[in-house]
Design a protein around this ligand. Structure first.
Ligand code: GH3
Ligand code: MG
Ligand code: MG
Ligand code: MG
Length: 299
């Protein structure tokens, strides 16, 4: 079963195809002009478009060109249907991006086979796109906490750093590390440690803005890059994260624990020429928080 969109200026042509395609179990919609196709196809989101070449007003070729400029339907395979099966006509249609070409009058079983072939193409395109998306997610995120990984964090943050420099806008970085985390693993097991790491990520997500970039840099260390945020704003956020986590109770396998975080916060300064400089500063401030008392924010 596929969604087929028929475009033809002659209603009887549409009807004939419609009944046959519906009998074969397809879901069908139609338009009697190129303009109608441009308006309705993005709503119907067809798997295949059967497009008449010769229509008054907007021609099939013009309609095809317009479809290729609409992101939601640009990849839908289009089968051109035309009484003019001159070489030039076929070349035009295929060069502009038609998937296939059928001459009128057509033999219905042949048209059906071509529709099936176009549907298979569309399905494999969609599977490929989904697989690519899964790969991109795998390559950019940490599977335990679903935060970005170190590499992707630096990719995104370097872009934000360049923007902030160019427009002299604020940008801050928070680095945080769980306190005495080794003891959690030692006393409650690695699985409890993993639950605690997930909770750190959840608490950070609760406290940050949509434009902030959260990552697990490694082990029990996380970083947040906050565009358009001053050191004061980021320090408030860091303090909120610290307090929220301090109150949290992590449960696993009938046991429960609480733990704390140390945080270092810094913002972009005039002399900074690379994002790494902010990270290094935040890391030093985090180290100060560790030596001071732990469970605190240093900025
Ligand atoms: P400090 O307060 O100075 O930060 O002490 P700490 O014990 O947190 O620091 P340390 O660097 O000595 O230990 C970090 C621990 O984090 C050790 C390691 O086993 C644990 N850890 C790192 N990655 C993971 C992980 O993916 N899962 C679990 N459960 N533990 C992890
Ligand atoms: Mg026509
Ligand atoms: Mg630690
Ligand atoms: Mg650490």
């Amino acid at each position: 079963m596929a969604r087929i969109f028929i475009v033809d200026d002659v209603e009887d042509n549409i009807k004939l195809l419609w009944y046959n395609l519906e009998d074969d179990g397809h879901e069908v919609a139609s338009a009697t002009s190129g303009q109608g196709c441009i308006e309705l196809a993005p709503d119907f989101l067809p798997d295949v478009i059967l497009l008449d070449m010769m229509m008054p007003g907007m021609s099939g070729i013009e309609t095809l060109q317009a479809l290729k400029a609409i992101p939601s339907v640009e990849n839908v395979p289009v089968i051109m249907v035309s009484a003019d099966d001159s070489d030039d006509s076929i070349i035009d249609a295929l060069d502009i991006g038609a998937h296939d070409f059928i001459s009128k009058p057509f033999i219905y079983p042949v048209l059906e086979a071509r529709v099936r072939s176009a549907v298979r193409l569309k399905q494999s395109q969609e599977e490929l796109a989904a697989a690519n998306e899964r790969l991109a997610t795998l390559a950019s995120t940490d599977s335990l906490t679903r935060c970005f990984n170190r590499r992707h964090f630096f990719e995104l943050s370097n872009v934000e750093f360049a923007k902030a420099k160019r427009h002299t806008r604020p940008l801050s970085v928070i680095m945080l590390d769980a306190d005495k985390f080794k003891a959690i693993n030692d006393n409650y097991g690695h699985a409890m440690g993993d639950e605690a790491l997930k909770r750190i990520a959840d608490v950070c997500r609760e406290c940050l803005r949509e434009t902030d970039i959260l990552a697990r840099l490694g082990g029990e260390e996380f970083a947040i890059c906050c565009p358009e945020t001053t050191c004061e704003g980021a320090t408030h956020m860091a303090e909120r994260i610290r307090q929220t986590l301090e109150k949290a109770v992590v449960e696993y396998d009938g046991q429960s624990i609480s733990f704390t975080l140390s945080l270092g916060v810094t913002a972009i300064e005039d002399g900074d020429s690379a994002f790494d400089q902010l990270i290094n500063r935040a890391d030093q401030l985090l180290y100060q928080a560790k030596t001071k008392s732990r469970n605190c924010v240093v900025s």
